[in-house]
Design a protein around this ligand. Structure first.
Ligand SMILES: Nc1ncnc2c1ncn2[C@@H]1O[C@H](COP(=O)(O)OP(=O)(O)OP(=O)(O)O)[C@@H](O)[C@H]1O
Ligand SMILES: [Mg+2]
Length: 238
């Protein structure tokens, strides 16, 4: 479903070049829920943004459903992103002057979906993320956890093949974090959507099926979450 091969990335600032990711290789199966774990500055967001097609790597390939997104031109990539990729941000990124329902419907507005169909899908998702009665409110009238539920619903409305989430519970207290993780796990199971979740918390990562660990831009290990700390690294890497 997702395949990263020989991926390297360097940022250039004037004469200075910072190598942030070095020769990363891994693959993710369809329907998996994967955590991307690593300390601050290890390159997690950079890797996620590259996989979501938000920027181009210096080197390497990223295949999503057998399409190498690195090779796509701007227009093709924009279209591919709209159809296949969902994104959840730490800071929710909702539009303040649109209602909750309108925020959720937005990706479908760009696909020219009929309003009645958009509404029907948004209402169903509002129910699935546990806030069926909040559709006509504005984001500022919701708690942080509720706003993140809206952002999750928005990411799902196009039924993407894969959803990338950058520290989706980073701004939330522990109890709300657990609720949001439970929702993501439930959606992953029921909709068979692939989730890649960036986190720097081992407790969050351990709730997923698979953990990819980055250290200073290098892939440290890739292994099933449930068997973490049990398997020798060599056996777990694949
Ligand atoms: N646009 C940029 N220009 C130059 N360097 C950058 C840029 N973006 C990120 N970096 C550098 O790349 C490295 C990795 O950053 P990245 O944001 O991917 O880390 P992260 O693992 O997501 O960290 P955090 O947990 O703090 O979010 C850092 O050293 C950072 O300073
Ligand atoms: Mg980050």
């Amino acid at each position: 479903m997702l395949r990263v091969e020989g991926l390297s990335h360097a940022f250039k600032n004037g004469n200075e070049t910072t190598l942030v990711l070095q020769q990363i290789d891994f693959r993710v199966n369809k329907g998996d829920m994967v955590a991307l774990l690593g300390s601050s500055g290890s390159g997690k967001s950079t890797l996620l943004n590259l996989m979501a097609g938000l920027m181009k790597p210096t080197e390497g390939s990223i295949y999503i459903a057998d399409h190498n997104i690195v090779k796509m031109n701007e227009n093709k990539l924009a279209e591919f992103r709209r159809e296949h990729i969902g994104f959840i941000f730490q800071a929710y990124e909702l539009i303040p002057n649109l209602t909750v329902r309108e925020n959720i419907e937005l990706p479908l507005v760009f696909q020219s979906t009929r309003p009645s169909i958009r509404k029907q899908k948004a209402l169903k998702l509002l129910e699935q993320v546990g806030i069926p009665d909040k559709g006509e409110m504005f984001p500022s009238q919701l708690s942080g956890g509720q706003q993140q539920r809206v952002s999750i619903a928005r990411s799902l409305i196009t039924e993407p093949s894969v959803i990338f989430a950058d520290e989706p519970t980073g701004n939330l207290d522990t109890k709300t974090e657990e609720e949001i993780l439970a929702i993501l796990k439930h959606l992953n199971k029921t909709m068979n959507t692939t989730f890649i979740i960036v986190t720097h918390e081992r407790e969050v990562a351990q709730q997923t099926q698979h953990i990819i660990t980055l250290r200073d831009g290098l892939l440290e290990k890739s292994q099933p979450a449930v068997e973490m700390d049990k398997l020798p690294v060599e056996e777990a890497v694949h």
